[in-house]
Design a protein around this ligand. Structure first.
Ligand code: PLP
Length: 412
């Protein structure tokens, strides 16, 4: 007997009272009671009440081509009707294809697939340490991160970023990881000279810690210091990668190449996927049995990942992201000078834009949401705009209008 999908039960669950439904979830998040979203189309989301919202946070830089993009829906549904999972016990041709397409367009020679940004970070940290271990440099295990970073919530990812409030109660702080101040050349040189150092991990554009772009000269210096001391450079492009900055990968602007790069978020366009890309030299250390994932590289994620690349590799996409990013930022800067008691600096690159707030950022996030515009928080007191990469100029102008009206109201 086929099991019937219980539509009535599904609807009942959806309309459960908020507190009751919430009580069995870990209390690690506190979403507002409403809106609850029912569906999305492009840059718009629709709530159960049928209200339209402009999605300028995209599930934290994930829905890179908005909601329900026909090409992604088609890729996923075609694959869902064929094959969901076989594990890495067998070849997965779409994973081989996605790996080769990512490698062709980057510094990398090999890719490992997983399911999230954190896992992509873990894979990279393991590869960094194994590289030295394999060469007989067993004392080179220390991973140097930068203050203000965010690399995920696993133990190693927490330790690499060293954010005390995230680490509290979970780990001893020295776990073979250290942090140095953001873009501090002297601290970087000192860390590179330490005989325990294995390499550096950096977000070329910090996301959670405030939208901070590493300068080209800093990334170039970091690369040359790594070369000088045979250290590895790992780029965390989980948030800023896959076109978000207007470059395919944010580090490309500085004409530097990392040895390891973590990707996730935008690569799946809304479907969970992560990838860790490495050079041949690094991949040699990660031999048979050194790492693995049951779900990593599964056919569903690979189908969507390839479809995301079809859209990302369209020749007009990246120049358009740059153009729209500049358009958006310039108007935001004009608003910042018009309302200096509410917002100040505008930072970021491409469609990864932060606006520093004078008032508590949560007030602005909530006021914008009430007016139908979804944005994120970032850093100490910033709001973050991460619209889909295919957002239209009209949608950007609509978001600017909502912001302008909100700022006008708040300044009264
Ligand atoms: N690295 C960066 C730069 C991130 O922004 C995030 C998540 O926000 C992560 C790593 C962790 O990714 P995930 O939440 O998919 O595990």
């Amino acid at each position: 007997m086929p099991i019937k999908f219980d539509q009535a039960q599904a609807i009942k669950v959806r309309h459960r009272k908020y507190d009751e439904a919430r009580s069995t979830l870990w209390q690690t998040y506190s979403p507002p009671e409403s809106p609850v979203f029912e569906y999305g189309k492009g840059a718009k989301l629709y709530s159960e009440e049928g209200r339209e919202y402009f999605d300028f946070v995209t599930g934290i830089a994930v829905n890179s081509f908005g909601h329900a993009h026909p090409h992604l829906v088609q890729a996923l549904t075609l694959q869902a009707n064929e094959l969901w999972h076989v594990s890495n016990l067998y070849r997965i041709p779409t994973a081989e294809r996605l790996a080769s397409r990512l490698c062709e367009r980057s510094f990398a020679d090999r890719a490992f697939f997983c399911n999230s940004g954190t896992e992509a970070i873990e894979a990279g940290i393991k590869a960094m340490r194994r590289y030295h271990y394999n060469k007989g440099n067993r004392e080179r295990y220390r991973v140097i991160g930068f203050e203000g970073s965010f690399h995920g919530r696993s133990i190693a990812a927490l330790a690499a970023a060293g954010n005390k409030s995230h680490c509290d109660g979970f780990i001893p702080f020295d776990y073979g990881f250290s942090q140095i101040p953001w873009q501090d050349m002297d601290a970087m040189i000192k860390a590179a000279k330490d005989s325990n150092t294995a390499g550096f991990i950096i977000e070329p554009i910090q996301g959670e810690g405030g939208i901070r772009c590493a300068s080209d000269s800093f990334l170039q210096k970091l690369r040359s210091i790594c070369d000088e001391h045979d250290l590895l450079l790992m780029a965390d492009e989980v948030q800023c990668g896959i076109g978000r900055s207007g470059h395919l990968f944010a580090h490309e602007k500085s004409a530097t190449k990392p040895d390891i790069m973590s990707l996730a978020k935008g690569l799946g366009g809304g479907f969970p996927v992560g990838a860790c890309l490495v050079t041949e030299d690094v991949s040699v250390a990660m031999g048979l049995g050194s790492h693995g994932s049951t779900f990593g590289g599964n056919p569903l994620a690979m189908a969507v990942g390839n479809a995301v690349l079809d859209l990302t590799f369209a020749p007009e996409l990246l120049p358009d992201v740059m153009r729209k990013g500049a358009l958006f930022s310039n108007h935001l800067k004009a608003l910042a000078s018009q309302y200096p008691s509410i917002i100040s600096d505008v930072s970021g690159r491409g469609l990864m834009i932060g606006v520093s707030c004078i008032i508590p950022n949560i007030e602005l996030v909530n006021s914008l949401r009430e007016r139908g515009l979804l944005v994120g928080k970032s850093g100490a007191n910033m709001i973050r705009f991460l619209p889909p990469l295919n957002v239209t100029d009209d949608e950007i102008f609509h978001a600017l209008d909502v912001l302008k009206n909100t700022l006008a109201d708040l300044s009264r």
